[in-house]
Design a protein. Structure first.
Length: 383
């Protein structure tokens, strides 16, 4: 065997050893990693990527990536910092890589039991749960809240909404009830009003329990509270909008919360659903933009402010990564409570509340027909 062949074989062996070490070496039973990963629903391509992340971050137990939000958050944070140190965070390849990590993060989040288990009966509805009531065949919806959940009935506040005919009584009426359960989903059930107690000091209704309850509108994104300034730009159509950062103009508002699929924004005065909007705000010290449509409006008459519930079209990968870095509070270990452009607190895991892609998920949302005009909405909203 020639000296050249021996040298080539030695070089190949060294190269293979280096590659093998980068893939984790002998320090962890990777077969077990792949078996558990397949059981958790990950594809082979995804598992190869997660293995790379585990090795780069020197995880003692790489399988924790399949179930631990904290481990994934720590790895995402380390990856972002590596990209930043090289000035690569906003490059297409880095954005795509981070986007895949956030997809894993989202999957782990929604695999938690609190997202998969729902209500099976009205007997488990919590006190103060907001409700929407409709009468079959009658237009409009009425708002109420659960006062007390009793063994034989639900006591709810007296419904408010469109004026009813003189002498109308809710007693005996069949009603449809809708509500959004925080950190869960939307629900619908049919029931009957057992008692109308309008003449009490605190008017209430008693409605019958329902053991058949329909779970709808399961969340598909996590939202986090955001207390910062928003700038709103009405659009003729959603296709007209771009993610280009605006340096001037727009209506002023105040952010309430944000997610990759929408946002809630407070403005002065009244507004109406159906309006296309461009929302610009700041999270973690950088500008972000969402393009969406107002799907619901909650008007607070005493303060003369409206909360717009906006369903957003899917943002670019770069914008989505910026939003999710805030929503999952990726840098919470460094800042204590998450850093942002305005003030607020990004959320992770159980601390986050959820929104659905319909944008219509807030049980307070009501529709108002007044327009969106400069006289009301240009004023800063008061919380």
């Amino acid at each position: 065997m020639s000296a050249y062949l021996i040298a080539a074989l030695v070089a190949l062996a060294i190269a293979l050893l280096i590659v093998f070490r980068r893939l984790g070496g002998f320090g962890f039973p990777w077969l077990q990693f792949y078996i558990k990963g397949k059981e958790s629903g990950f594809t082979l391509t995804e598992l190869n990527l997660l293995r790379r992340i585990a090795v780069e971050n020197r995880l003692k137990d790489p399988t924790s990536l399949f179930w631990s939000e904290k481990t994934l958050d720590r790895c995402i944070r380390a990856t972002i910092l590596r990209f930043r140190s090289r000035g690569e965070e906003d490059t297409p390849s880095a954005s795509e890589f981070l986007g895949k990590l956030f997809e894993f993060r989202k999957r782990v989040e929604f695999n938690q039991p609190k997202y998969r288990l729902g209500l099976r009966s009205t007997r488990n509805i919590s006190q103060s749960q907001p409700l929407k009531l409709t009468l079959p065949g009658a237009p409009g919806a009425y708002s109420a809240k659960v006062v007390e959940n009793m063994r034989k009935y639900l006591a709810i506040t007296y419904p408010t909404g469109k004026k009813l005919p003189p002498g109308f009584s809710w007693q005996g009426q069949k009603i449809n009830v809708y509500f959004w359960r925080q950190e869960d989903a939307g629900y619908y059930f049919e029931t009957k009003v057992l008692g109308d107690y309008l003449n009490r000091k605190y008017p209430i209704l008693h409605i019958a329990h329902a053991d058949q309850i329909v779970r709808t509108q399961k969340r598909n994104s996590v939202r986090a509270e955001l207390n910062g300034e928003a700038r709103l730009f009405p659009l003729q159509t959603i296709q007209q909008g771009t993610e280009e950062i605006e340096r001037a103009g727009g209506y002023r508002g105040k952010m309430v919360d944000i997610s990759e699929s929408g946002a809630a924004v407070m403005i002065g005065g009244k507004a109406k659903p159906g309006m296309p909007l461009k929302i610009q705000t700041r999270v973690n010290g950088r500008d972000v933009v969402l393009l969406g449509v107002v799907k619901g409006v909650s008007f607070r008459e005493k303060k003369n402010v409206s909360i717009l519930h906006v369903q957003a079209k899917p943002p670019s990968t770069l914008m989505r990564n910026a939003i999710l870095t805030y929503v999952y509070n990726i840098f919470r270990d460094e800042t204590g409570s998450g850093s942002m452009g305005g003030t607020g607190s990004g959320s992770s895991g159980a601390a986050a509340t959820a929104s659905v892609a319909s944008g219509n998920d807030r049980s307070e949302a009501s529709q108002h027909e007044a327009g969106f005009g400069p006289s009301g909405s240009t004023q800063p909203a008061e919380a």
